[in-house]
Write a protein that binds this ligand. Structure first.
Ligand SMILES: C[S@@+](CC[C@H](N)C(=O)[O-])C[C@H]1O[C@@H](n2cnc3c(N)ncnc32)[C@H](O)[C@@H]1O
Length: 197
């Protein structure tokens, strides 16, 4: 089964990674480009952070574990990227950057980092939650709503593999089905009061 392109086979894996099938939709739906600055948490094996680094201007990637940051740093060197900065910091407490275009949260309790994500984002910037369970999605969306994020949109990416053979072409019996739900949202533009007093 094809799960990732050859370049990823060189990278080490520690904690569960975000796979290219889900990274693809993050790149497409967030609208980032080569001028974008992104924040990623947690770093884990660095797969998402490093892929973002191939497409945007700079990535700041946070984790609370030095061993995972060291693993991600080794992966950074394998891909020879100089626009990805790893930081040891708890994003539920603080995100240093401001005016960023994208924040991606892949944490056990991502909703706890949403307030800081909102403060770090520019207006119309995008936050993406990567959430394996439906219960997490519910909690996360409630938090997005209470913080008045806009354009909340939840998706799951299902890739259907096909067998193409002389004896018959059909979908495979098995495949990579569920990985996580992805919740996209936008930081709304500031509303100014019409009341001049
Ligand atoms: C599933 S891994 C992330 C995998 C990563 N997205 C990738 O593609 O390789 C989750 C990571 O979040 C980190 N983490 C958990 N809570 C955190 C927090 N409050 N702030 C920063 N990182 C955190 C964990 O140490 C772990 O490495």
């Amino acid at each position: 089964m094809f799960i990732y392109p050859h370049a990823y086979r060189k990278l080490k894996r520690g904690p569960q990674v975000i796979l290219p099938k889900d990274i693809g939709i993050i790149l497409a739906y967030s609208g980032i480009d080569k001028n974008s600055v992104c924040v990623d948490a947690g770093t884990g094996s660095g797969w998402l952070a490093l892929t973002l680094g191939r497409f945007c201007k700079h990535v700041y990637s946070y984790d609370i574990r030095d061993d995972f940051l060291a693993l991600a740093e080794r992966n950074r060197q394998i891909w020879n990227l100089d626009n990805v900065t790893f930081k040891n910091n708890d994003v539920t407490k603080k995100i240093d950057e401001s005016d960023v275009d994208l924040v991606v949260l892949d944490l056990p309790s991502s909703e706890k980092a949403l307030k800081n994500a909102k403060a770090a984002l520019r207006e119309n910037g995008c936050v993406v939650g990567y959430l394996p369970h439906v219960e997490q999605v519910k909690k996360y969306v409630e938090k997005l709503d209470s913080l008045r994020f806009a354009d909340v949109h939840t998706v799951e990416v299902i890739v259907r593999d096909f067998l193409v053979r002389k004896e018959g072409t059909r979908p495979t019996n098995t495949g990579l089905w569920h990985t996580a739900y992805l919740v996209f949202a936008r930081k709304p533009q500031q509303q100014f009061s019409a009341d001049k007093n």
